[in-house]
Design a binder for this molecule. Structure first.
Ligand SMILES: NC(=O)c1ccc[n+]([C@@H]2O[C@H](COP(=O)([O-])OP(=O)(O)OC[C@H]3O[C@@H](n4cnc5c(N)ncnc54)[C@H](O)[C@@H]3O)[C@@H](O)[C@H]2O)c1
Length: 358
């Protein structure tokens, strides 16, 4: 075994900050990620102390080679296919989120000195959360209620990790945001889903830098075989409508997003896979909460700087553009139909619920 930390998906949103934090702490890091032109570019800016191994984790033989050659003391497993792309390619999502995790765990178990396995999971495992019926925050022990493809694949992967012979840690993340807009996946599908979310749904956000701190700390902290909930301090307990509006304003485009619709109080399955989380144990063990929601917004605004003034004249056009693409434009009804909107635009979110593990 070497002292290296193997970080899968190390060029992603969370991975980049995790690698940054680990190397800043003086750790040796090996990033495993897909060999794509975008990732090759990111590899040029890898911090000192980090190397890259190109690997497609859906190739079980490549996973075996990767783990036996790197012989890490810890694996931080972040690689995944997440929404929105997940809804357009359910079979790839299952291969990456579940099958690749299984291959990685098996390869880790076969090591002469098996590594600690830190698994990235999600508050999505708690499923659709109707704020009119559930009042408590989610906790590590709250029973999971996976609802669609993403929550199912994340829970299956997590359960496989927890049932393994490895020393494991599971971090269930809330809604990860970055003060750097260019790091966020602001795609047409992402903007569409944003317009479809019940406006009064609860979401617990977190600064990606704090998530990086949490993952780095979880590689050594006294948290073996614990599930920890990773989200920001209380200022990050938000409603869905607050998040989009505040981000648009920080960008210099206040009021640009279409109004959206509230969720149906009588429909327990019509809500998004987010809720407020009890982060007390995670914060006690990992000490990761350093960026409040107001400070993130202030930093976003500052980083945009003069570009905000260039964008401002574009706001009326952007408003028209976005309202034409809004999920409920000309649709009958008063309540959000999130899953119907996703099914119509991207693909059936509940298509592949059977699982590959049996
Ligand atoms: N972003 C969030 O809000 C959020 C919330 C909850 C949980 N999570 C979890 O955190 C983890 C990281 O999420 P993220 O936001 O950084 O995602 P991301 O999409 O930014 O990064 C995922 C990374 O995985 C890599 N990857 C995908 N398929 C691969 C494969 N076959 N082989 C090797 N690498 C592959 C991608 O190239 C990418 O670098 C994921 O497990 C995700 O489920 C994220």
């Amino acid at each position: 075994m070497t002292d290296a930390v193997l970080v899968t998906g190390g060029f992603g949103l969370v991975g980049s900050q995790t690698v940054k934090r680990l190397t800043a702490d003086g750790r040796r890091v090996v990033v495993a990620d897909l060999d794509t032109p975008a990732n090759r570019n990111k590899a040029k800016a890898l911090p000192v102390g980090a190397d890259v191994r190109w690997a497609d984790l859906t190739d079980a033989a490549a996973v075996q080679r990767l783990v036996s050659e790197v012989a890490p003391s810890v694996i931080v497993h972040l690689a995944a296919v997440i929404p929105p792309p997940l809804y357009r390619n359910p079979s790839l999502a299952r291969k990456v989120n579940v099958d690749a995790t299984v291959a990685l765990v098996r390869a880790a178990e076969a090591q002469p000195t098996p590594p600690r396995f830190v698994q990235a999971s999600s508050n999505a495992v708690y499923g659709s959360r109707n704020p009119h019926r559930v009042t408590d925050v989610v906790r590590a022990e709250t029973p999971p209620r996976p609802f669609e493809l993403y929550s199912n694949t994340k829970l299956e992967a997590e359960e496989f990790v927890r049932a393994s012979s490895l020393e494991w840690v599971v971090l269930r993340l809330g809604g990860v945001l970055s003060p750097d807009f260019s790091a966020l996946p602001l795609t047409a599908d992402g903007i569409f889903i944003e317009s479809a979310l019940p406006t009064d749904g609860r979401i617990h956000t977190v600064d990606v830098r704090d998530v990086g701190i949490a993952f780095a700390a979880a590689t050594t902290a006294d948290v073996a075989n614990e599930i920890l909930l990773i989200a920001g301090d209380d200022s990050h307990k938000l409603l869905q409508k607050d998040v989009g509006a505040a981000l648009a304003a920080a960008l210099g485009l206040p009021g640009v997003l279409p109004e959206g619709r509230p969720g149906d109080p009588d429909d327990d399955d019509g809500w998004f896979l987010t809720d407020w989380m009890d982060t007390a144990r995670a914060q006690e063990a990992l000490g990761f909460q350093h960026h409040s929601w107001p400070s993130m917004l202030a930093e976003m605004t500052e980083r945009m700087g003069w570009k905000r003034y260039l964008l401002r004249p574009v706001a009326p056009l952007a408003r028209v553009f976005l309202s034409r693409r809004a999920a409920y434009r000309n649709a009958p009804g008063t309540y959000a139909d999130l899953w119907g909107a996703i099914a119509a635009k991207l693909g059936d979110p509940c298509l592949s619920n059977e699982g590959t593990q049996g």
